[in-house]
Design a protein. Structure first.
Length: 114
């Protein structure tokens, strides 16, 4: 069944060679920098959210699992909801000071933005 996964091969041109075997490129896992080398910026954002305020943590360099773990930790310690994807963590509400303090206590190089 895995050999018939046609969605992964949508952009592939047809080959007339009967011996041709399609192989996918493997994505390299991005290594996560240690917390002291991370430079995170904590800022507030309102655009595209109907006027609601969210706290954005940007600048995380590393694997998606580590980003989601850090986001989960921040959400639990702040007692609010949010999400973590695409190299940024979204925390509901204006919690810039609290998130910056939490990140610096965890050893991250965090700076408060606007």
């Amino acid at each position: 069944m895995a050999d018939n996964d046609w969605k992964k091969r949508l952009g592939v041109v047809f080959s007339t060679n009967p011996d041709y075997n399609y192989q996918e490129e493997e994505k390299q896992q991005e290594t996560t920098l240690e917390p002291s080398r991370q430079r995170l910026i904590v800022r507030i954002d309102r655009s595209g959210r109907g006027g609601k305020q969210v706290t954005l943590v940007e600048g995380f360099i590393g694997a998606d699992e580590d980003l989601k773990d850090l986001g989960r930790t921040l959400k639990v310690k702040c007692g609010v909801g949010g999400s973590a994807s695409d190299g940024q963590i979204i925390i509901q509400g204006d919690l810039r000071d609290k998130v910056t303090a939490l990140l610096t206590s965890m050893g991250y190089n965090a700076k408060r933005g606007n």
